[in-house]
Design a protein around this ligand. Structure first.
Ligand code: SAM
Length: 219
């Protein structure tokens, strides 16, 4: 592992390369790309995986979970159409990387994680980077009603069905982005709350996520 300024420059260069890969794969939202360009993803993975941090791939983190592939993070963030000041709920804090991206974009971030070790790890890393995300340890399939409604909700684990609590916690014009399907493959679903009692649902690309486990998820 290189240290100091050399390592810093190398990481910046790799992030620039990653941004070009995401652009070539169709990511268009410049604010999302700028956040990926800025956030040190290597801080969110184990030091043994640091040299792979800027590959466009998911990587293992503790508790048998993963930090999502950058393309997946970029796609979900782009689909949420995040504006500065939006109140965003993330289900599945994991490493804290997606939460950092959202904070960098100026969102007011709420994030729920079911594994205590990941919850504490993400809290520490986000604090070290100077981001003030609101984190909770618990079952995110129930959302986080105390702070609802949200302008955007992103679920970063694969659900068997769209959890109804999450739909209810959307603001009017709010966007819910959730992968839904079997444990092997899910389709990205975006639900937009068009008015108080009407929703528009879109089915997009296929992805593969770790399972969303909880009362309104998998057993
Ligand atoms: N967003 C994360 C990141 O940036 O590193 C990636 C998360 S990983 C793909 C999915 C996460 O969802 C795991 O950390 C897992 O423990 C969490 N998870 C699964 N079911 C959950 C639930 N019901 N409530 C909260 N977190 C859950």
């Amino acid at each position: 592992m290189t240290t100091g300024i050399g390592a810093h420059r190398k990481h910046i260069q790799r992030r620039n390369e990653l941004v070009e890969i995401l652009r070539s794969k169709g990511i268009r939202d410049e604010r999302v790309l700028a956040a990926i360009q800025s956030i040190p993803r290597h801080i969110f993975v184990d030091t043994a995986l640091e040299n792979r941090a800027y590959e466009d791939s998911a990587l293992p983190i503790t508790c048998g979970q993963t930090i999502s592939q950058p393309y997946t993070v970029a796609t979900q963030t782009e689909l949420m159409q995040v504006e500065k000041g939006d109140k965003i709920l993330e289900i599945g804090t994991g490493s804290g990387y997606q939460a950092a991206i959202l904070c960098h974009m100026g969102a007011d971030v709420y994030s729920v994680e079911r594994h205590e070790e990941l919850y504490h790890g993400a809290k520490k890393k986000l604090h070290e980077l100077g981001y003030r995300a609101n984190l909770k340890l618990g079952d995110g399939t129930l959302g986080w009603s105390a702070y609802a409604p949200y302008d955007g909700i992103v679920v970063t684990a694969g659900a068997p069905v769209v959890p109804d609590d999450l739909i209810k916690q959307l603001n009017v014009a709010g966007r819910l982005v959730v992968p839904v399907g079997s444990q092997k493959s899910q389709v990205m679903v975006r639900i937009i709350r068009v008015s108080e009692d009407s929703y528009r649902e879109e089915h997009l690309q296929h992805f593969k996520f770790v399972p969303l486990i909880g009362e309104k998820g998998w057993d």
